[in-house]
Design a protein around this ligand. Structure first.
Ligand code: ADP
Ligand code: MG
Length: 221
């Protein structure tokens, strides 16, 4: 799915002061493109991702996903649209501690009332090389394994857009690289439009396109 930002603005209030974080973003991302967003800490990368995910709304401007405008949607419409089309992976894995790997992934399917949740969840975990960890709880898994479960959970619903905020930020370099190898393999294979926020220059270089967020504006590098 394509992703278009039209003059997207977002500010936060701190006491009396208003901090403009995003000052009018205009960008067009083609379906299936794998794009990284880089920028200094505090430049607004996570803020942008939460707007793209439909978790927060811009103060001005609009976001179009596959030519559908998000701004006019009601909260209910936005929630449904997000669940069906957009998946997010965070730096912290946000797995549910009392559910196994398989159950964590199944839950995403059950919420959307999709067919064959057990089989599909198992296949998603196998694609992330976790076929031998289905019945483990998060506390019994390594960081790299937890993040791969989180990626399986994001991808199992076959999202059109995948948003990832520093997905390897909690992992050592070697583990992070291995997680990102399988991440890139899968998004390319399924042609998922992907936005990857990262500090890492080398990770950004693995994407088809690099955007830099600087002084509230987004530009191609
Ligand atoms: N909910 C919020 N309330 C107030 N300020 C916020 C909020 N979220 C983010 N900010 C501010 O917006 C700026 C950008 O934050 P963020 O998007 O997290 O940056 P990044 O992810 O690039 O490090 C920071 O100055 C941060 O303090
Ligand atoms: Mg951030």
């Amino acid at each position: 799915m394509s992703l278009v930002l039209k003059n997207v603005k977002k500010s936060f209030h701190q006491g009396d002061a208003e901090i403009a974080v995003l000052k009018g973003l205009n960008i067009e991302i083609q379906p299936g493109q794998v794009v990284s967003i880089v920028g200094q800490s505090g430049s607004g990368k996570s803020t942008l991702l939460s707007l793209l995910a439909g978790l927060e709304r811009p103060d001005a401007g609009d976001i179009l996903v596959d030519n559908v405008h998000l701004a006019p949607m009601t909260e209910q419409e936005l929630t449904l649209f997000r669940a069906q089309n957009i998946a997010v992976v965070f730096q912290q894995y946000h797995l549910i501690a009392h559910l196994t790997a398989l159950e964590n992934v199944m839950l995403a399917l059950e919420i959307l009332k999709m067919e064959n949740p057990r089989q599909r969840a198992q296949e998603a975990l196998e694609e992330l090389n976790l076929g031998h960890r289905l019945n483990h709880f998060p506390s019994q898994l390594s960081g790299g394994e937890c993040q791969r479960v989180a990626i399986a959970r994001a991808l199992v619903v076959k999202p059109k857009i995948l948003l990832a905020d520093e997905p390897s930020g909690n992992l050592d370099t070697h583990t992070g690289d291995k997680v990102m190898d399988v991440f890139f393999d899968i998004v390319k294979k399924h042609q998922i439009t992907t936005i990857l926020v990262t500090h890492s220059e080398s990770l950004a270089q693995r994407c088809q396109r690099i955007l830099r967020l600087e002084e509230g504006l987004l530009k191609d590098v």
